[in-house]
Design a protein around this ligand. Structure first.
Ligand SMILES: [Zn+2]
Length: 75
């Protein structure tokens, strides 16, 4: 493959060969916790800005499903 007459073909191949680089936006500046009920990690939300220290569950559903007794013991 030393031909120089197919320069344009080679150029187009190169352009196709370069994959688009996806941009990863990480929300590392936001704190995260693990849900005490389902064990899934969840990140800080604006609605929790005041009660973030008390937040233990990713959603209301998890909070409801956790018995009151268990909630007391987790403190
Ligand atoms: Zn949960």
């Amino acid at each position: 493959m030393a031909a120089s007459s197919h320069a344009s073909v080679a150029a187009s191949w190169q352009m196709r060969h370069v994959p688009p680089v996806p941009r990863r936006v990480q929300k590392a500046d936001r704190p995260a916790k693990t849900c005490a009920h389902c064990g899934r990690p969840f990140t800080w939300r604006k609605k929790w800005s005041r009660t973030w220290d008390e937040v233990r569950y990713c959603s209301k559903a998890c909070r409801r499903r956790t018995p009151a007794l268990a909630r007391k013991e987790t403190g």
